[in-house]
Design a protein around this ligand. Structure first.
Ligand code: IPM
Ligand code: MN
Length: 368
């Protein structure tokens, strides 16, 4: 029987509670679909830092490379100055494991309330491919004359051709994974389909102002697109992307964008799909170790109360299985989550679900 070795970082706040439910569902899926999961826990996070002074051991990435995937709860502790844990754990692992893609589906599930008027589950179903290790997050820059009124600060958006190319290629591959000739993207017109298109990738950039960096992105995007004649291309400036994500989300299938734009637009996307209780993502290295997480954060005020919504973590566990090649099990988890949101939960918000955190995990297991 196939055994997957998973590294688990429950992390801070409600992280451990939602991770427990994710693992509960994972184990049930393993039993049902005939594989095994073997988990190893790592204590990293705010509490560990406060207790030991260690943010991450120097060989953390090396340790994690021995696993098939990493399952992360949440990093962030109100007692630790902002930036230390985010940069020292989350960003460090993304960089050192070369997880150059952040894959964030924006999908409205049945029964989930969206703040977008007159939009339904048919309209909100796309995925953002966020470049995850470059751009502004590269961290190149500095200050001079700090503390004076002459202070200057600079932080550069840095990309090279290869970084942009691998990201765009991933997006086109993702488009083909989502759609086939038999099951084309529903946003295509009859002419599009006659022309042989099955899916669409939209580049989200800022070619009107950031002419150097998005000049590169645009050139590389259309160069890569030549290898995918069955995928339609589109372009939107990032500000317009925000507008259409609210007004016409049905225009999107796959969006590919740089690190910082992806960070920002996926919070907007998460809100349109029902909030942080439901939004999941994967930090992906297609040739290495990937890390899956609910994108919501550590929600300190709900810690230990058994009220937080675990579905984002369950969704992240599902994405992890999909990535590991257990596509049937992943689909079953998503179907069960959709049944639970559609038929059971009163709300996606912490404390308002009509069930506790552990009960929601049980519901997903029962309906697998
Ligand atoms: C995210 C988060 C992180 C980011 C922070 C916590 C460093 O906002 O995963 O979207 O900016 O990437
Ligand atoms: Mn973010």
């Amino acid at each position: 029987m196939k055994t997957y070795k998973l590294a688990v970082i429950p992390g801070d706040g409600t992280g451990p509670e939602v991770v427990a439910e994710g693992l509960k569902v994972l184990r049930a899926a393993a039993k049902k679909f005939g594989f095994e999961v073997e988990t190893t826990e790592f204590p990293w996070g705010g509490e560990h830092y406060l207790a030991t002074g260690e943010i991450l051991p120097a060989d953390a990435a090396e340790q994690l490379k021995k696993f098939d995937a990493v399952f992360l709860g949440a990093i962030g502790n109100p007692k630790v100055k902002p930036g230390i844990l985010e940069k020292g754990i989350l960003l460090k692992l993304r960089f050192e494991l070369d997880q150059y893609i952040n894959l964030r589906p924006v999908k409205l599930y049945p029964g989930v309330e969206t703040p977008l008027a007159n939009k339904s589950i048919e309209d909100i179903d796309y995925v953002v491919v966020r470049e995850n290790t470059g751009g502004i997050y590269t961290g190149i820059g500095g200050n001079s004359q700090q503390g004076t009124k002459d202070e200057v600060a600079i932080q550069s958006m840095v990309y090279n051709y290869a970084q942009v190319e691998r990201c765009c290629r991933f997006a086109f591959e993702e488009a083909r994974k989502r759609h086939t000739k038999e099951n084309p993207w529903r946003g295509l017109s009859d002419e599009d389909k006659k022309a042989g298109y099955i899916a669409q990738v939209t580049l989200c950039g800022k070619t009107n102002v950031l002419t150097y960096v998005f000049g590169l992105w645009e050139r590389v995007f259309y160069e890569v697109a030549k290898d995918y004649p069955d995928v339609k291309t589109a372009y939107c400036h990032v500000d317009a992307t925000c507008m259409w994500m609210v007004k016409n989300p049905e225009w999107f299938d796959v969006i590919v964008t740089c690190n910082i734009f992806g960070d920002i637009i996926t919070d907007l996307g998460a809100m349109t799909q029902g909030g942080m209780g439901i939004a999941a993502g994967g930090n992906i290295n297609p040739n290495g170790v990937s890390m899956f997480e609910p994108i919501g954060g550590s929600a300190p005020k709900y810690t230990g109360m058994n009220v937080i919504n675990p579905l984002a973590a369950v969704g992240a566990a599902g994405m992890m299985l999909d990535f590991l090649g257990e596509r049937e099990a992943a689909k079953a988890i998503e179907n069960s989550v959709m049944f639970v949101t559609g038929q059971k939960l009163k709300s996606m918000a912490a404390g308002k679900m009509g069930y506790s955190t552990t009960e929601v995990g049980d519901l997903v297991v029962e309906n697998l």
